[in-house]
Write a protein that binds this ligand. Structure first.
Ligand code: SF4
Length: 375
């Protein structure tokens, strides 16, 4: 297992990556710049290197250029509302879906993992999943070119995961993930099946697949590529590609986003007034006094308010640049800046939540329709 400056890169608990170069080296992740010029109209995540790295994205870009089919695969663990990290993944999926009319999205509701990791019952996670899927649709995913499903509804995944156990030993799993429960090991194997499902004959066989994920998920990508390599002869799998985004901080400036620190997490389900309050109390890169800030300028690199704009809410690069420049020049003060961002985000949430409400029935219907039980 890879250590991240004494912190294990554990997909179930890592919150912070101190040394991205080390992780890139360990997991064979290339700099996004190696393919950025081939990506048509790169989105803000790519332009700002929030998507900092990739593995084999070239195979998917080949498919885009040749107008050939490819899959875009990711998912969510249905344990709570869509937070800003889930929003990044969703917008990456939507971006790759919109790159070509030949792209099909696979979105998995990882309810087995929610059970193994969080003891979340399937009934409870279904209700959360409906909300999560409504968020995804409200953000702009085209359901006509998407297969959205719950793991526990699709026995094909269990069959595939069981097949893969032929070549998986405890030592192999321990080397990748550390000493974990078999529930987590099995949910990792089911995730391998999720990522390879688009390449099975039920979905027209092998094809390039890109998996947009946070860097904390790199161990799952490694396991999936190892297994895909072993089953290449039997199934014809192409090794899946991945694009990685950086981990995000809580509004308190730490990487410890947890339900125990509710004022640090912003979700798309937050009441807009509560969201405003959270933003007004957020950690900034401001100086101790107004006169110091006027003289030295603020420190946007340390500021969660700047991060909200740059990572999550503003598409216009010039607008972000102007705010950065005014901050370091001491022209902006944190109180005004926070009030502006709080209003901006509250308005965004109001509009998003209205859109989400209009998608709830469709979300429920999708999860009901894509229930495929095999006897
Ligand atoms: S002025 Fe704005 S961007 Fe600059 S440190 Fe203060 S809150 Fe952050």
């Amino acid at each position: 297992m890879v250590k991240n400056n004494n912190t294990r890169l554990d997909p179930w608990s890592v919150k912070e990556v101190k040394n991205y170069s080390l992780i890139m080296k360990e997991f064979g992740i290339d700099d996004i710049d190696t393919v950025a010029a081939r990506i048509p109209s790169p989105n803000k995540y790519i332009r700002r290197k929030i998507n900092f790295g990739h593995i084999d994205l070239g195979t998917v870009l080949d498919a885009v250029e040749k107008n050939e089919p490819y899959a875009v695969m990711s998912g969510i663990k249905p344990t709570g509302s869509f937070h800003l990290g889930s929003k990044i993944t969703a917008e990456e999926l939507i971006f790759f879906q919109q790159l070509s009319s030949k792209a099909v999205v696979f979105y998995c509701i990882a309810d087995y993992e929610a059970y193994a990791d969080n003891r979340m019952s399937f009934a409870d996670s279904l209700e959360i999943a409906v909300e999560n899927v409504a968020d995804l649709l409200a953000l702009g995913l085209n359901p006509e070119r998407a297969f959205i499903y719950r793991q526990s509804d699709d026995k094909r995944l269990l069959d595939m995961a069981f097949t893969f156990t032929r070549d998986v030993t405890y030592n192999m799993m321990e080397a990748i993930y550390g000493d974990k429960s078999f529930g987590l090991y099995i949910s990792a194997l089911i995730q391998v099946a999720d990522i390879l499902l688009p390449q099975t004959k039920d979905f027209d066989g092998p094809k390039p697949t890109v998996v947009p994920v946070g860097v904390d998920q790199a161990p799952h990508i490694r396991l999936t590529r190892d297994i895909a390599r072993k089953y290449q002869k039997e199934y014809g799998f192409l090794l899946p590609s991945a694009v990685f985004h950086k981990l995000i901080r809580s509004l308190k400036g730490t990487f410890k986003m947890s339900k125990r620190e509710p004022m640090g997490i912003l979700t798309l389900n937050d009441d807009p007034e509560t969201a405003k309050k959270k933003i007004l109390e957020a950690f900034t890169g401001g100086r101790d006094t107004v006169s110091l800030q006027r003289r030295l300028g603020g420190e946007p690199e340390k500021c969660t308010i700047y991060e909200l704009l740059m990572y999550h809410f503003v598409d216009d690069d010039n607008a972000v640049k102007t705010r950065y420049e005014k901050c370091i020049a001491g022209e902006n003060l944190c109180g005004d800046c926070k009030a502006y961002v709080a209003d901006f985000v509250a308005n965004y949430l109001r509009k998003h939540q209205k859109r989400r409400r209009s998608h709830i029935d469709t979300a429920r219907e999708i999860l009901k329709t894509n229930t495929i039980h095999h006897s």
